[in-house]
Ligand binder design. Sequence first.
Ligand code: ASP
Ligand code: MG
Length: 444
Amino acid sequence: MSLIVQKFGGSSVADAESIKRVAKRIVETRKAGNEVVVAVSAMGDTTDELLDLAHEVAPIPAPRELDMLMSAGERISMALLAMAIESMGHTARSFTGSQAGMITDAQHGAARIVDVTPVRLREALDEGAIVIVAGFQGFNRDTKDITTLGRGGSDTTAVALAAALDADVCEIYTDVDGIFTMDPRVVPKARKLDVITSEEMLELAANGAKVLYIRAVEYARRHGVTLHVRSSFNNNLGTIVYDPENPAAAAFAAAHLKSIRSASAQGTESESAMEEPMIAGVATDLSEAKITVVGVPDVPGKAAQIFTIVAKSGANIDMIVQNVSSSTGLTDISFTLPKADGQAALTALRAEQEAVAFKSLAYDDQIGKLALVGAGMRTNAGVSALLFTALYESGINIEMISTSEIRISVVTRADTINDAVRAIHTAFGLDGDAEAVVHAGTGR
Ligand code: ASP
Ligand code: MG
């Protein structure tokens, strides 16, 4: 018997009708002979509504109480889902995060999972029940309080349950058919990927892809959980996110590819099962800004000084570029960071202007970042040349470049980012033949 963890997001359980539809789907998985554990998000926009309500009664809601409030959203959906399943003649039992043994640190609103002790879930499964767990929430042993994992945290709940229960796969149900070469809302010709490595998925998520939360992808990669991202609106096979080094995961991905190929009857005998494409996809990020420290003395220790100041301001920096120093002995250092961290970093730098002895600061929040990701970059030459040529031919200026082993990122003007991404998508042969179907449109 296989154990399957399924995660349904808010848009999949937005109303009674949707909950019944999801219940049916869960029951089908159970009837096929699997043990089923479900992580569920709050219905539709419930979490946002609860947040708004909190801010109506208090300008700065107490963090402990805010978590108490927000965790209620998932309690509603889990109970309704269990009821719907029971009324279909199957046994289901719902559990809060703390009942499920989701142990976190004490940080309200952004708690991290430190341990999972799913004793009660295992018992319920052994008794033949379908298990429903409230996503996004946990419990801290020291404070004995309820915590939440941060927005979108139900993905992480599902992955953590899959790891702790040693599930065969963690299915993430969403409103698109899987992971695409690029967000189909921006590039309608984006192609659905049948498989992607967890390393590539991590780079895409870290660089702005929204289909999966980065913390869930990190957790899955660290604990060897294979993910299947698929639509809750149809029965199509979605995208497997797996670690090719793990034989069980590789076999799972190969079987998935085989099913897709036999379903579409396009498979040919010569096709090697796991032929990896050079490029997995493209991601964009419009949430960053650029700070340039102008006229920095080109002597040892200045970068250390600047980035210590920035780090102390709490900003999380991303790309860094230092220009070659001119004959004046001065250089410019630019870096990108989340817009939300911009003001704090500027204030901190301004306060130390004399000590660092730079001339001025420039702040630019009209940048866009684009990342091309693919494990095949390791072994293929000419990827950067093709990328830069595609941008040049579209008349797009590159402001910053950074690379990792399997990624090239560039910063351009924000208003050219969609043109840039479409040009690159085409240049790397990623365009599909059909337009992707987006069912709900929120991405969650
Ligand atoms: N309900 C929570 C949120 O909206 C958690 C989730 O949906 O994953 O952020
Ligand atoms: Mg939600």
